[in-house]
Design a protein around this ligand. Structure first.
Ligand code: PLP
Length: 421
């Protein structure tokens, strides 16, 4: 049997495939695992209660139930949800959206696949375009979402030290070279894996570059505003026609409902809808229909701000306090300022082993984290930047006691790695 290059792409062991495989195998093994590796949201009771209520209301209403399971939506997505979201975003931010500015996808991951291939690859005139990731580390899930091998190029950050054990990545605008080959700029805000939140000024400067080169600025708000609002700094959400804003219902607590949302100028929405039709006929109705009443009433905002964000923020503070206590000044360690999302990004300057080896040692002790070296899409490893092998991503969304136990084991292994070197 002969497969195409397209098939090679999906059966390859690169990036997210091997990581997901490894996580899956670790889970199905005999040893109980403390899961601090994936991006699965926690199971937050107030959200689950509201979802159960809405589901019961749909199940009790024959017409609503028929819409839920018995009708293909238009390729753009569930019309009532789109209309309610347009009203909510206009009322909240004054963006002046119409329905033609919004499309839904089966999870925002699917949206990125479509968007990257809309703007990177071969143009009709034969020239080639890439996606510029202005700040690596960046979301691993982008890495294999371009059909071309060289879909991405990314830029090292400026590393700003903020305290003895605290730092922040900033976009290195001096190194950010745009040219005719850049088809779009993309950045996650908050960033997976670091919990960084780009400042308004950084976003405005990126936006300025996008306008100058007339390319889209893709802002990935999977953890951002207005929902699930996992942002612990003061920033202002931003959209205009140069921006493609991607949102998701996943991190609010509905990852299984696979609902991604794209807000963009109408021609991008039309292209996305066309891709939806070809790939899926229609997007799933479950997430949009379940959440539509909460979008229409604005409850999705209060739920995010008053329940979801404080819940994650409290978990973050607990995890940070524990790390400070366990690692103290026993070894070199730096924590990226945790400004959002559900991750801690740890950097161990001078770590005598690679972060991958550290990951393996932790896995052997029943703690799953993710080695930081995965998070540099678009930046081939020339072996000269040790930093990319000195970091770990730790998820704190799961049960507090398990997170505490996992962090204790992590601290032990890091200290051992330094002392036995
Ligand atoms: N963007 C970022 C930064 C993510 O971390 C994720 C998932 O972990 C996604 C997008 C995709 O999420 P979904 O497809 O569930 O919307």
């Amino acid at each position: 049997m002969k497969f195409t290059q397209f098939a090679d792409k999906f059966s390859g062991q690169a990036g997210i495939n091997s990581l997901m495989d490894d996580l899956g195998k670790a889970l199905s093994g005999d040893q109980p695992m403390i899961m601090m590796g994936g991006g699965n949201p926690g199971h937050l009771e107030p959200v689950q209660t509201r979802l159960r209520e809405e589901l019961a209301a749909i199940a009790a209403d024959p017409q609503a139930f028929q819409r839920l399971v018995g009708i293909y939506d238009a390729p753009q997505g569930e019309a009532r949800f789109i209309s309610a979201l347009k009203d909510l975003l206009n009322a909240t931010y004054g963006w002046g959206l119409t329905e033609a500015n919004i499309a839904l996808t089966n999870g925002s991951q699917a949206a990125f696949f479509i968007l990257f291939n809309l703007f990177a690859g071969q143009l009709p005139d034969g020239s080639r375009r890439q996606i510029l990731l202005p700040l690596a580390p960046e979301y691993l899930g982008y890495a294999d979402a371009g059909l071309d091998a060289d879909t991405f190029r990314s830029v090292k950050p400026v590393i700003e030290t903020l305290g003895d054990h605290s730092f922040k990545y900033r976009v290195d605008f001096d190194q950010l070279q745009l040219d005719e080959q850049v088809g779009a700029i993309c950045v996650s805000r908050p960033t997976n894996p670091t919990g960084n939140v780009l400042t308004d000024e950084e976003v405005q400067r990126l936006h300025g570059l996008a306008c100058q080169w007339d390319i889209p600025l893709i802002l990935d708000g999977a953890y951002g505003s207005p929902f699930p609002e996992l942002i612990y700094t003061e920033i202002h959400p931003f959209w205009d026609e140069q921006v493609v804003l991607c949102l998701s219902l996943s991190k609010l607590g509905l990852p299984a409902a696979r609902t991604g949302i794209v807000i963009a100028r109408p021609e991008i929405i039309q292209a996305l809808s066309g891709a939806n039709a070809i790939l899926n006929l229609a997007t799933g109705s479950f997430g949009p229909q379940l959440m539509e009443p909460l979008v229409r009433s604005g409850e999705i905002l209060s739920l995010s701000r008053e329940q979801v964000r404080p819940w994650y923020q409290a978990k973050m503070h607990k995890a940070v306090a524990l790390l400070q206590q366990e690692l103290a000044d026993h070894c070199p360690w730096m924590l990226h300022q945790p400004e959002g999302a559900m991750f801690l990004w740890l950097w161990f300057p001078g770590l005598p082993i690679t972060s991958h080896e550290l990951y393996l040692r932790l896995k052997a002790r029943g703690v799953l984290v993710v080695s930081g070296h995965y998070f540099f899409p678009g930046m081939p490893d020339d072996g000269r930047w040790r930093h990319r092998h000195e970091c770990l991503r730790v998820t704190y969304s799961q049960d507090d006691e398990l997170v505490a136990k996992g962090l204790q084991i992590l601290a032990e292994e890091v200290k051992r790695a330094f002392t036995s070197a």
